[in-house]
Design a binder for this molecule. Structure first.
Ligand SMILES: NC(=O)c1ccc[n+]([C@@H]2O[C@H](COP(=O)([O-])OP(=O)(O)OC[C@H]3O[C@@H](n4cnc5c(N)ncnc54)[C@H](O)[C@@H]3O)[C@@H](O)[C@H]2O)c1
Ligand SMILES: [Zn+2]
Ligand SMILES: [Zn+2]
Length: 368
């Protein structure tokens, strides 16, 4: 079939919205008619080269839609089912899935290679095969994805709200609740209050944190951070440090979650400086692939038993956490509407990413 998709043909280029050819779903794959897709910063990393992928690629890895067809062997979902597309597929059978660490599933290795899990391509244009970001490619009216990447949700759940739960909401929430293990009464610091950081703030709030300190140089992000649950906001860690020390009576924070646009090695030392004994620094933002140096005090790391932890998808399990987060929304505990600052047509995707770069959006959303 023919469909319209946003394709990136090379680094530092614009997204090109064009008609492409989409194959039928093969074994264990499904055809999805997309309802909405979020503009996550990770697709911007394809443009800058911070996530190295082969070109061309259909972008997008955060979305929701309706099953429009299934390939051979698919029994988990049927035509008409509403689904969230998880940016990480999970097989349910590998040793990581068996331990409940489905975010580390063996299938995760396929998400930035380009083709589908079986190594063949579903999208084609201009006589070339086109890869799919995270084996999804949600910047397309229709896409073919592994059944291992879809999570069935309740009929009638608004899919424009559900779209962001495929990456940003679950990643941010999980970074706070699962990776950082924040608990009632804790103090959390969130460095970078964009799409992921806003949800780390929400996770900290729902976990019952006493103080939630959001740090972002942009005023609008600070204002929204307070709406999502931050008790204090600052432009820099240097400004925040004396206040955190004061309100926690010198104990400092239990965790600092790094959700800046890019993780830089020099973020680690200041992040470690705001957490106290036993404190965790969680690195959710993605760093430059070549970056091998981080700043830290090894002395404090040992004597204060601090830890530095990576977080993929907020250590979450898609099949468990996505439906639960949607229920928290239904109960009025998780804010999803407020996350979307601006909606765009697929044709305006480059405007959406320009707005993200300029700091104008918590999240931009493409509505199909
Ligand atoms: N680990 C994962 O599973 C995972 C999943 C999704 C996204 N990510 C990554 O998370 C990061 C954030 O993504 P996003 O979509 O929220 O991006 P975003 O652009 O919406 O937000 C980034 C925010 O960081 C702020 N910022 C930049 N430098 C800062 C600094 N020095 N101090 C404080 N704030 C600063 C910006 O003002 C912005 O508000 C990206 O690197 C993205 O690739 C990781
Ligand atoms: Zn993402
Ligand atoms: Zn697995």
């Amino acid at each position: 079939m023919k469909t319209k998709a946003a394709v990136l043909w090379g680094q530092h280029e614009d997204w090109i919205v064009e008609e492409v050819e989409l194959d039928e779903p093969r074994a264990n794959e499904v055809l999805v008619k997309m309802s909405a897709s979020g503009l996550c910063h990770s697709d911007e990393h394809l443009v800058t080269g911070d996530i190295p992928v082969p070109f061309p690629v259909v972008g997008g890895h955060e979305g929701a839609g309706v099953i429009a067809g299934v390939g051979p062997g698919v029994t988990e979902v049927a035509e008409g089912d509403p689904v969230v597309l998880s940016f990480l597929p999970a097989c349910g059978r590998c040793t990581y899935c068996a331990r409940g660490k489905t975010n580390l599933c063996d299938l995760g290795g396929s998400i930035i290679l380009g083709p589908q899990i079986d190594g063949t391509y579903r999208f084609h244009a201009r006589g070339q095969d086109i890869g799919q970001m995270c084996v999804l490619g949600t910047f397309s009216e229709y896409t073919v994805v592994p059944v291992a990447s879809v999570v069935k949700v309740d009929q009638g759940f608004p899919l424009d709200k559900a779209a962001l739960v495929g990456c940003g909401v679950t990643t941010g929430f999980g970074s706070a609740v699962r990776t950082a293990r924040l608990q009632a009464g804790d103090t959390a610091v969130v460095l970078g209050a964009g799409g992921i950081g806003s949800n780390a703030i929400q996770g900290a709030r729902i976990a019952g944190c006493r103080y939630i300190i959001a740090i972002d140089p942009i005023d609008f992000k600070q204002k929204m951070a307070r709406e999502f649950g931050a008790t204090h906001t600052f432009a820099t860690i240097d400004e925040a440090w004396p206040v955190i020390a004061d309100i926690t009576r010198g104990q400092l924070a239990d965790a600092c979650i790094i959700t800046t646009d890019v993780a830089e090695g020099h973020h680690i030392l200041p992040a470690l400086s705001v957490v106290g004994r036993g404190g965790r620094v969680v690195v959710t933002a993605i760093g430059h692939p070549g970056e091998e140096q981080i700043s830290t005090s090894l002395f404090e790391l040992t004597l204060y038993e601090k830890s530095i932890m990576g977080s993929l998808f907020g250590s979450s399990s898609a099949q468990q956490d996505i439906p639960r987060l949607l229920e928290l929304y239904n109960l009025g505990q998780l804010k999803l509407d407020e996350l979307v600052t601006t909606e765009y047509e697929l044709e305006d995707i480059n405007k959406g990413y320009e707005d993200m770069r300029e700091g104008r959006n918590i999240r931009g959303l493409i509505r199909f």
